[in-house]
Design a binder for this molecule. Structure first.
Ligand SMILES: [Zn+2]
Length: 187
């Protein structure tokens, strides 16, 4: 028996998020395993992913955001299917009906899926930035610090002298560097 499952929040977290986030709440998928097994596999793979092994999936977005302990898997329907394609079509129909994070409808071409997925990720990032403005500041500060460090980092030039990025121009005008450069051109 093939089943279609979905993840759903146990908590009433919807209060915390605004309406643009509503469709974030579910992830629909289909499986030929029992739901219990499916859930266990998702969670153990999630642990692997957290250790840096394995790919990210939409289900992990839910886990990241709300915690595994706050997600549960619910059966939408049982549907006896004779092939994977048939099951994916059923899954696609359910996704179309629901407000869920995989608006990327199952059973599409890889290119279509890729495009929509990208669009979705962009949208998701935008929403996230709006909801967490402090993260954005943090990130831009980190980027700034990194740039600054790069700028002040001493580098060894081919001429044999050290220079910092912020004084690159000045260094290039020194006699030693110019002599070295002339020598390079002659060789
Ligand atoms: Zn130099």
């Amino acid at each position: 028996m093939y089943g279609i499952y979905r993840y759903e929040q146990v908590w009433e977290w919807e209060i915390l998020y605004d309406y643009r986030y509503c469709f974030h709440k579910k992830n629909i998928g289909s499986t030929i395993e029992s739901l219990k097994k499916r859930f266990e596999r998702h969670t153990s793979k999630y642990k692997q992913y957290k250790r840096g092994e394995g790919d990210n999936t939409r289900t992990y977005w839910l886990f990241d955001e709300f915690g595994v302990e706050n997600c549960r898997i619910l059966l939408i329907k049982n549907c006896p299917c004779s092939s994977r394609e048939e099951l994916e079509r059923e899954e696609g129909l359910e996704i179309k009906k629901a407000d869920c994070i995989n608006k990327i409808i199952a059973g599409r071409t890889r290119q279509e899926r890729y495009k929509e997925e990208n669009e979705y990720i962009c949208f998701q990032k935008k929403v996230y930035r709006e909801l967490h403005p402090e993260k954005r500041q943090e990130e831009s500060r980190r980027r700034y610090e990194k740039k600054k460090a790069e700028f002040l980092e001493k580098k060894l030039c081919g001429c044999g002298k050290y220079f910092t990025q912020c004084h690159k121009k000045r260094h290039e005008q020194t006699k030693k560097h110019q002599d070295w450069q002339k020598q390079q051109e002659q060789e």
